[in-house]
Design a protein around this ligand. Sequence first.
Ligand code: ATP
Length: 435
Amino acid sequence: PAAGDDLTPLINSRLSKKIQSLLLLVAQKADKENVKVFAVGGFIRDLLLNIKNHDLDLVVEPAAIPFAEELNKMLGGRLTSHEKFGTASIVLPEGIHIDLVTSRQEFYARPAALPEVEQSSLKNDLFRRDFTINTLACSLNSPGFGKLIDLFNGIGDLEKGLIRVLYNLSFVEDPLRVLRAIRFEQRFGFRLEETTLSLMENAAQTRVLEKVSKERLHDELVLALQEEKAPEILIRYFTLNIAPMIFPGIRLSDALQERLFAAREMCYWANRNWPDTEVVPGNLYLAALLLEAPFQEARHICRRLRLPQKQREPILAAVEAVPRLKEKLLANALKPSELYRLFSGQPVETLLLLQADSKQSRIWESTALYWEKLRHIQPHISGHDLRELGFKPGPGFQEVLSHIRAARLNGEVKNREEELAMAKKMLAARERNNA
Ligand code: ATP
């Protein structure tokens, strides 16, 4: 496609019926309210790349908030507006997000050249964006619904597969774009355009990323870790020398690279084969990285990255436990009861990190055995049965039951009768000793 082309055929063939009718509704409303509305950014980029995108970005002229309010009367979504920025967002129950921004007529736009003026306010808005491939727009007003607008040669870069900033100070103005560039580069398999790459290297050298707030950094990292190519993205942080500003003290080794790729495999494998288990790949990637640092540093990096406690805990538990578990597992062949004791209470992240960290078949077999079988095994008998046998409840019960579980894990008792017999023997011996 080229600037001026009609995107209607693509809209009709590539977008879901829901999004198609949403676009039509926005268009009708825009004409009725007498405002100009453009669909812009990632939505148009992904439409052209034929990738699903449920986030609709709209540029509205002259004002986004009143239009969002009108629009939402028909949509009945959850509307949030920010008066200060002239922006609004609507969340629809189907998981569709609509973001609306105001494109303001700039004072220097000459009212004499009307069509020019019309474009210049959109152009102003698009010029503030990160990369040319994100500056594509599509008009939603009629006449001209579906008309592709390409003011910064985004189409050319989309076709060549290039990530290109719009101006030289782009990374200085917002250093977070360095990370966004890498995310898009890896997601689409694109390349960083030559000047963009050298501006990025310059940004890395001058450590501009340190100026980004920890919260924005955290949010971007969350997005990066959700990508299918997250391991490649993280590795790229290192090769472009940006990693020291995000994960200080961690170096890229061959072992780390292998562990990151293995972590992805392990997550896919676990989510396929362990239906009752849900693993968040991003947590495993972070744990894989942090395994390179001394534990105190790992903890410090987690704080720096503003990871919430609920996320930090399983990650740090895995980082702490894996070297110890690996050593024990590789030193001796362990009985099932010993495996149970070793792994009991460990989150699944720990087991998967162990697998990602070592190709030894013994590690693979023991972790799978524990997660698939051993952790579910309970004795057939309970404290209730012990009381029925005539023993007095006390701390001894728990000990006896643990012992029986261990015996069951090792195949030393096979059924309820054998467990009862074993319990009876143990408790009787205890009573004799106490007497
Ligand atoms: P994704 O598919 O990851 O959602 P997206 O391009 O839709 O990608 P968003 O983060 O939702 O990305 O941002 C929406 C639009 O806002 C982008 O297309 C981009 O033009 C613009 N944008 C977002 N962050 C920045 C930034 N830091 N600097 C400049 N423009 C940005």
